[in-house]
Design a protein around this ligand. Structure first.
Ligand code: C2E
Ligand code: CA
Ligand code: CA
Ligand code: CA
Length: 275
């Protein structure tokens, strides 16, 4: 029994060790990647449904890893948030996105994802202003995407930061709408310009009429508050038809374009519409 017990213990312990080691390794690699400039931004078009024209681009960060290739943000953003590395990484994203967008046609805006930890960090508004100033991008061409989780904690300070930025012309979008809590009451309290309806609704709307009904309800709620509605994750023509029928103003999804490297974006913008 003793031997068995020890055997079990030894089986378990190296595994725990492995997880901790892997995490520390990843954290060190993330730090190095920041130093060595190994992140890049890809961009996905936001499309106006009234004329199929591109209104803006969402910046989506990738990690160019020497062995693993292009690493998805889903795999490193959570660790970057836990370690605080999201603050310098987020600042890099802001600066790079503003710099890229400054080279695009005047009407095209850029949407940047902001982590709750980044928003809460003192000096965030200042770093947004610095990114705009150094790139020469006008504030009205920058959109910040925040999720509902931002609004749950530290509400007053976050609210003030958002108001400050909005007064300067920066636009604020609520990302992944419908996945969190208390969405509707926050829409009234916070200064949003756009609601991005989470892609789980469009994924289900072809099969379930309730998902379509929910989209319609959010669109009409947005309209009554003067907020634009965008539906994320449109992959098929039938989904697009539903989203159109429910009255959303903008869409984003693989049907129009996947996220593409910055170098391919100029050509896409030349055409103006999505193929
Ligand atoms: P998100 O902000 O909701 O971004 C949309 C995600 O949906 C992107 O995944 C995009 O590639 C994907 N997507 C777009 N259209 C479709 C579609 O038609 N079908 C499907 N299945 N997916 C679609 P990505 O690039 O892997 O990013 C994942 C998440 O990582 C983002 O979700 C965002 O939360 C986070 N993220 C990405 N870049 C940044 C960043 O610079 N800062 C922060 N804080 N988070 C970021
Ligand atoms: Ca987003
Ligand atoms: Ca989203
Ligand atoms: Ca998401």
């Amino acid at each position: 029994a003793k031997a068995e017990g020890r055997g079990t213990f030894r089986l378990f312990e190296p595994q725990m060790d492995e997880t901790v080691r892997e995490r520390l390794h990843l954290e060190r690699e993330l730090r190095e990647a920041l130093q060595a400039d190994r992140f890049e931004l890809h961009y996905q078009p936001l499309v106006d449904l009234s004329d199929n024209r591109i209104t803006g681009m969402e910046a989506l960060v990738r990690w160019r890893h020497p062995e693993r290739g292009l690493v998805s943000p889903a795999l490193f953003i959570p660790l970057a948030e836990e370690t605080g590395l999201i603050v310098p990484l987020g600042e890099w994203v802001l600066r790079q996105a503003c710099r890229d967008a400054a080279g695009w046609p005047d009407g095209i805006s850029v949407a940047v994802n902001v982590s709750p930890i980044q928003l809460r960090h003192r000096g965030f508004a200042q770093s947004v202003l610095a990114a705009l100033a150094t790139s020469g991008l006008v504030a009205t061409r920058l959109e910040l995407e925040i999720t509902e989780s931002v609004l749950l904690d530290d509400t007053e300070a976050n609210l003030e930061t958002l108001h400050t930025l909005r007064k300067l012309g920066v636009r604020i979008s609520m990302d992944d709408f419908g996945t969190g809590y208390s969405s509707i009451s926050y829409l009234r309290r916070f200064p949003f310009d756009k609601i991005k309806i989470d892609r789980s609704f469009v994924r289900d709307c072809a099969a379930q009429s309730e998902a379509g009904a929910i989209i319609r309800a959010i669109v009409s709620l947005g309209a009554s508050l003067g907020i634009t509605t965008l539906v994320e994750g449109v992959e098929t023509e039938p989904q697009l038809a539903t989203v159109r029928a429910e009255g959303a103003q903008e869409v984003q999804g693989y049907l129009f374009s996947p996220p593409r490297p910055a170098a391919e974006i100029a050509a896409l913008l030349e055409a103006g519409t999505c193929p």
